[in-house]
Design a protein around this ligand. Structure first.
Ligand code: AHR
Length: 554
């Protein structure tokens, strides 16, 4: 236990909440002093509705993601539904996956959607954007795209799960006509166009009704090396006329890399040169942020700054979280720049690539490019990130974790008939309860984490999370980043009393804990005992943990 003085010194300064707490009066301070930390959920301070699409996914045709991860083929001995891995479909239904982005990533801007339709055996083989990074031993499907998994298969996959497709169009190497023809192929009613007939011939008479369309990907880099102004002009051209077929289309612009404020400013400045009405064609502005530089300020080199997914120490743990925690300032910064041009904030942010990115070496399937083994560190990272999105529910229309399977921050790993859910997948399962809830402001106060960063003292916040309201239920998710210290915390709801609680915790004494094909359940959420008393709740958040509390109000 710590005293009130230390709570105020470490906790309030540590979480930057001193100003906010001043208005809370003596009740809050009395309560907080009983435990070492406090969380107060403010019922009367709604932030916005949490779009289920914040819990979205990303599938790129990259190494083992599609071929092996998702597509095993109809003749496979791996249990499948029309060639799609059955276990994956079942797991994605459990987490209420709302939206999946495909086919890239950088792959998207060299992909011709026409290669991936029509009879599968007649589809062409093409060089994969990522092919040159593959080893000689890699399956041919990783180097040369067999196009067996195209628009039909992807949309069918989405339908099996009950999720929405989000297609990323090729802006770098296909003309604008191919963009609206792809929309026509997906969305024109049965019997209406030649492309609708082609879709019907493949067994899909009814339109796929794809609403979300990315207009290029990383247009500042692999997507064409444009300047922001050049890209804005292309965006206008590609979106000027696209057939709707009676359904809304939501275009997502290729937004900034991390803190490239100039990219955001340049795009909006240019697009508005043709009038404010242009904003109506931008549904979302896509931000990408990967946490990769764990060098503690020693280098900015993309290769040298990365560290191992599995072999890490305490400092690496905190550094990764610190890198990921930048997400809040990125949201704030780009939102502010967007507001200079779009005062009503018609355009929302879409964080369509996020997650940690480590150096190669931890792949469960040797040779799978960009595959890494998610541990408890990545579970805490993912919980923290989803909490940031929830707390910014009024700004974030969608987010897509990079990537779904066999790549980067995977929810699942698979190879042949082997499959496992990673700790990241379990976090998505826990957090699904937030979907469609009303995000509520919550005040977190806790002693901050102190650690040694190359001989210098460093700090990180002590407890963080998010809260959402669903009728008389509050879903509260909390991460404790401290690698060794649990946090006893007093939880209260301003304006209501807690009647009962159900607690679900994911934690492990070993911060490196992870799941493998042989040991699938090493890390998973477990129920924990918790009881409300007198309208509040005291709960001890284990070290290095992700927790969900389902609170029922009186
Ligand atoms: O997710 C891997 C790659 O990272 C994507 O293809 C690209 O958009 C980003 O740079």
């Amino acid at each position: 236990m710590i005293g009130r003085r230390q709570l105020i010194r470490d906790g309030l300064y540590g979480t930057g909440l001193l100003l906010a707490s001043k208005s809370l009066g003596s009740y809050w301070f009395r309560s907080a002093s009983a435990s070492e930390a406090a969380i107060e959920v403010l019922l009367d301070e709604p932030i916005g509705s949490i779009s289920p699409n914040i819990y979205g996914h990303f599938v790129e045709n990259l190494s083992g993601v599609v071929y092996d991860g998702i597509w095993v083929g109809e003749g496979s001995s791996v249990p499948n539904i029309d060639g799609i891995r059955k276990e994956l479909v079942e797991e994605m239904k459990k987490i209420k996956a709302p939206v999946v982005r495909f086919p890239g990533g950088c792959f998207a801007d060299s992909y011709d959607w026409r290669d991936g339709i029509g009879p599968r055996k007649q589809r062409p083989r093409r060089t994969n954007f990522w092919g040159e990074g593959e080893t000689k031993e890699a399956p041919a499907s990783h180097r040369y795209d067999p196009n067996e998994f195209g628009t039909n298969e992807f949309c069918h996959f989405c339908k099996l799960i009950g999720t929405q497709p989000y297609l990323a169009a090729n802006l770098r190497s296909l003309p604008a006509e191919e963009f609206y023809r792809w929309v026509e192929y997906c969305n024109s009613p049965a019997g209406s166009t030649t492309l609708a007939d082609e879709r019907s011939a493949a067994g899909f008479a009814e339109p796929f009704d794809v609403r979300f369309w990315g207009v290029g990907n990383e247009a500042w880099g692999c997507g064409g090396n444009f300047t922001a102004e050049e890209y804005a002009a292309e965006f206008r051209r590609y979106t000027t006329w696209v057939p709707r077929f009676g359904h809304p289309l939501s275009f997502i612009g290729s937004g900034p890399n991390v803190d490239d404020w100039q990219w955001t400013r340049g795009f909006f400045e240019e697009i508005l040169k043709k009038g404010r009405g242009q904003l109506r064609s931008v549904y979302g502005w896509a931000l990408h942020h990967y946490a990769w530089n764990l060098s503690r300020g020693k280098t900015d080199n993309w290769f040298l700054g990365k560290r191992d997914a599995l072999a890490f120490d305490t400092v690496d743990w905190y550094e990764l979280l610190r890198e990921g925690d930048r997400m809040q300032s990125l949201i704030d910064g780009h939102w502010q720049v967007m507001g200079e041009f779009d005062k009503e904030h018609f355009v929302k942010l879409v964080v369509d690539e996020w997650g940690p990115w480590y150096k190669p070496g931890s792949e469960l399937t040797p040779g799978d490019q960009l595959e890494q083994l998610p541990t408890m560190r990545d579970a805490v990272f993912s919980g923290m990130t989803l909490d940031i999105f929830n707390r910014n529910a009024e700004k974030i229309a969608m987010a897509n974790c990079a990537q779904l399977i066999n790549c980067l921050n995977s929810l699942y790993l698979a190879h042949g008939d082997k499959f496992c859910v990673t700790p990241v997948g379990h976090v998505f399962g826990m957090y699904a309860d937030h979907q469609d809830g009303q995000s509520l402001r919550a005040i977190f106060s806790s002693p901050s984490v102190q650690y040694d960063r190359d001989g210098k003292p460093a700090t990180f916040w002590g407890l963080s999370g998010s809260a959402s309201l669903h009728d008389k239920q509050i879903v509260l998710t909390v991460v404790n980043p401290h690698v060794t210290a649990p946090r006893e915390t007093l939880i209260s709801i301003r304006g209501a009393k807690i009647a009962s609680v159900k607690a679900t915790v994911m934690a492990d004494a070993d911060i490196h804990a992870h799941n493998t094909f042989e040991n699938k359940d090493a890390v998973k959420p477990r129920g924990a005992s918790a009881e409300a008393s007198g309208g509040t709740l005291t709960f001890s958040f284990p070290a290095a943990s992700v927790t969900k509390l389902n609170l029922t109000l009186e």
